[in-house]
Structure formats: C-alpha cells, structure tokens
Design a protein around this ligand. Structure first.
Ligand code: SF4
Ligand code: SF4
Length: 494
C-alpha cells in the first residue's frame, strides 16, 4: 500500500456521482453534422486544410498549425465539408468564432490506420511525433498538447509518471467508467507514456470510492506483469485532481510557485489521455471520440456516452431522453470549474468531459453579495495555500502588481474560497478578470517594446546613413582639393 500525503485546504463536496457512475458507456449515434471550432483551448487558431465541398474520411486532418502549442484536428466521420463559418464556440466568453462544418454521409469510412509494430523499439521523439499527429491533448479538461508534456527538456530529470484517475469534481464520471471498461487500454497507454519519458515509476491514482475501477486496473497491471506500474487509492477531496495537489498527495512533493510538475520530476496525464495514446500508437487511430458524462437533474437519463468530437450537445441531450422541465443552466465541465453555455447547438470538443444540465436546486443562483468580514475561511479552504482575501482586495482595486505579489497566477480557479465565503463574494470572477487584465497588459507592453525597438532601429539606420553621406562628401572634397593642388603644382612648374 503506497503512502499518501495531504494538501492544504480543499473541500468535501456533495459528489452527485451516483446519477451516472453505474451506467455503462454507450456509443452515441453518429450526428448528421459535425462542428469543429478552429480556436484551440490554448488560444491557438488552426488553419483549415480542407475547403467547402471537399469529401473527407474519418481520421483525416482538417485543420492544423505550425504553432508549437497546436495539435491537428481530425474529421470524426466521413462526409463533405459544408462550410467554414462563424458559430458559437464552447468557451466561457460565449462568443462566435470560425468553425469547420461537416455534413456526415452515414458511411463512416476511415483512412487506413498505421499502427506501430512495437513501440518499445521506437525512440521517444518518434512517439511524440505520432502522438502529436494523432491530435492527442489532455482529456481531463485542460486539453494541453500531450506531446509537449512528454518533452520537458534536458534540464529536467523526470522519474515518475502519474495517471490522474481522481475525478474530483462533482457529477463527472467519464474517467471512472472508462477505467472500469478499458483498464487494459489505460495500462498499456501508461506503459507507452513511461517508455516515451524513459521513467521507471508509474502510478495510477483513483479516489477511494472507485472500488470497481481500482480492482479492474489492479487486474490489468497484474496481467501486464510490469512491476513498474501501481494503482493507488487517494482520499476523495476536492480538488485532488489538480496536478499540483495530486503530486502532493501521491508523492509528498511540493511543486514550487510558478513551477510545473516536471520541476519536481513528475509528469501527470489523465487516464483517458493514456487510453488515446494506446489507440494512436498501437491501433493507429487519431483522437476523434471521447467519453462524455451527460448528467444533472435537468436531463431525463443521465449517461456516459462515447461521442464523436464535434457532435452538437443537442444531439447528446436527445439521446439522453431530452431535458426535464426544470433545467436551469447548461454547463460544459463540472459545477466548480465548468462554464455556462448560451445554447446547446454547440459541439463537444476534446476538452469536454461533462455536460451538466443543472436544475435550479443544483446551481447557485445569484445571491446577494455582502462586504468581506475578514473571517479568513477562504484562506483555510485554498488548496494552493494562497491568501484569497488579499487577492480579492487587490484585484478589486485593479492593483495588478500586488496581485502578482500574492501569486495570482498560482490560483487554479477551483472555487473553494468562493464556496466557503459567508459574504458570498464571487471571488473567482475577480481573479479571472485580474488574470485577463495582466495578460492583456503584458501583451501591450510586448507590442510597445517591439514598436520601440523598430523605432530605435529606424533612428539608428538614419543616423548611420547620414554619417555615411557626410563621410562620402568629405572624401570627395578631399580628393577634389588634392586634384586641384596637383594641377596648381603642374602649372607652376610650366
Ligand atoms: S471568506 Fe469571504 S468574507 Fe471571509 S475573508 Fe474570505 S473573502 Fe472575506
Ligand atoms: S480559486 Fe484560487 S484562491 Fe480560491 S481557493 Fe482556489 S486556488 Fe485558492
């Protein structure tokens, strides 16, 4: 039994997992239309590699970019590119952006797959390239490109891979059911990731109530006969699934402020990501589908659906029997870190782990905010050990320098401080706004610095050209004077 540690703060929240945790994964029907936003979670805008009218096959790349944070997007079924137009995208802003729209043809024809014969014979760089080409990103919600995480640089020594099966947000059960249904795929995916990282220690972390998942993974590890991999149960405390919190719980290591897990020798990957890595390497399949929990009292039959990426949410809701009358809010993600959607004609993307159709009783409706009474409860609950009250004062006052001093960018926006705040202050809103302003200010400063460099360069060039002109004119005058002197000397001699 592996020893576990505790992190500061955290909350025991009502889990609401029973709504969907014991439902098997059901394959969602192929939608008539697939919608692909070109903006990725990282903010990178992909460029379409297809044009309207073009036929596509399942697994074909339809958009990509050479930006280092980009991963290609693949068609999730065969059909025809109908158009490329602005649609509302799944983003907290609720704004529209460019999307590729594919009309599916129902044949679901796929490109030929190219599996790797034996991944153990492949160098790490080749595996990373294949993982990027398969469009794999973190499926826990952050959607960070997996190939980049697998390349932490020569200055960092990685010794441990942690697979994150701690699905700590209420309602979400897609990872739990996947671990029960496909433990071998996850274990084999973990072994590929360990090979790509050249590490000898792999830990799969599940919450202590996930008994079936724990047993299924233990049996799969036993069958693999690979003693480098273990599965550990950790306490169900929100937000244990946060990378830095998980590392603390599983290894006792503290990731430094402003640092990343690789700084303490650890790489974390979600269990669903590991399964996708196995599918990409050993079956030659790019990432075109994922398991999504559709839940909440606002939907008739809560389920875990294996859905094609790009499927409109309305299709998934229909397959769950439609809405109950009482639906109050539609959320992508969980109730703590997810965001409200303005409508359901929006597609699921690689980061979509849950669609929560919440009834009135399940969401905090706008409450009356009262002044901060300096009780300190927010600081006790913060899993990052920040001072949320100070962050609140400084972000409210627009003092971004002070926010940085109080480590604003270490805030994981988990919402623990907000849940316990007796004054019901929407603290996370203040932090998000302060982060956006800081990022915007940094971009402005960068633009100004580039403009100044250009201006200085222009002045320098003008001064250089002026000096060169002056030198040329001086030399010319000098040679003229010499010529004249020579002529005068010749005339004198005659
Ligand atoms: S919990 Fe709320 S009221 Fe208490 S110190 Fe924090 S911000 Fe102020
Ligand atoms: S939202 Fe940020 S400040 Fe609040 S508890 Fe979470 S990490 Fe701490």
């Amino acid at each position: 039994m592996l020893k576990t540690w505790r992190f500061h703060g955290g909350l025991r929240l009502p889990a609401h997992k029973n709504l969907s945790a014991h439902r098997p994964i059901v394959n969602a029907a192929l939608p008539k239309q697939l919608i692909y936003p070109l903006q990725q979670r990282s903010g990178v805008q992909l460029k379409p590699t297809v044009t309207p009218g073009e036929s596509v096959l399942r697994g074909q790349i339809i958009a990509d970019s050479d930006h280092f944070l980009a991963t290609p997007l693949h068609a999730a079924s065969s059909g025809t590119v109908k158009t490329i137009e602005d649609r509302i995208i799944p983003h907290p802003s609720g704004l529209s952006d460019s999307c590729i729209i594919i009309d599916t043809d129902g044949r679901d024809e796929a490109l030929a797959s190219e599996p790797v014969a034996d991944y153990r014979l492949e160098p790490a760089s080749a595996l990373r390239t294949k993982i990027r080409q398969a469009g794999i990103v973190g499926l826990g919600g952050a959607a960070f490109p997996t190939s980049i995480k697998l390349n932490p640089g020569p200055q960092r020594h990685i010794d441990t891979l942690i697979l994150n099966g701690a699905e700590c947000e209420p309602y979400i059960t897609c990872d739990n059911v996947l671990m029960q249904a496909e433990p071998d795929t996850i274990v084999q995916g973990a072994l590929i990731l360990m090979h790509a990282l050249q590490v000898g220690n792999g830990i799969i972390a599940v919450e202590d109530h996930m008994t079936e998942a724990y047993e299924a993974l233990s049996a799969a590890i036993e069958q693999s006969r690979d003693r480098r991999l273990t599965v550990v149960k950790i306490p169900a405390l929100y937000p244990t699934g946060g990378e830095k919190q998980l590392i603390r719980v599983v290894t006792g290591k503290e990731t430094p402020s402003g640092g990343i897990p690789a700084d303490v020798g650890v790489i974390c990957q979600n269990v669903g990501t590991a399964a996708s890595v196995y599918n990409a390497i050993c079956r030659g399949l790019p990432l075109t589908e994922r398991v999504v929990t559709v839940t909440g009292q606002g939907v008739k039959q809560q389920q875990n659906l294996r859905a094609r990426i790009g499927t409109p949410i309305s299709d998934l809701i229909n397959q769950c029997g439609g809405y109950q009358d009482s639906v109050e809010r539609l959320i992508m993600g969980g109730p703590m870190m997810g965001f409200a959607l303005p409508e359901d004609d929006i597609p699921i993307v690689k980061a979509t782990n849950c669609i929560l159709a919440a009834a009135e009783s399940e969401v905090a409706t706008s409450k009356e905010t009262r002044p901060c009474i300096r009780c300190g409860d927010c600081a006790k609950a913060c899993p990052v050990d920040l001072l949320p009250q100070q962050l609140y004062w400084h972000s409210r006052a627009g003092n971004l320098e002070k926010c940085k001093e109080f480590s604003l960018f270490d805030c994981i926006e988990c919402g623990c401080c907000e849940v316990v705040c007796p004054s019901q202050i929407p603290l996370v809103q203040y932090y998000r706004a302060a982060k956006s302003k800081t990022v915007a200010k940094a971009k402005e400063a960068e633009k100004a610095a580039i403009a100044k460099r250009r201006h200085d360069f222009l002045l320098e060039r003008k001064a250089r050209e002026q000096a060169e002109r002056a030198e040329r004119s001086r030399r010319k005058k000098e040679s003229l004077a010499k010529l004249k002197a020579a002529e005068t000397a010749t005339e004198g001699a005659e």
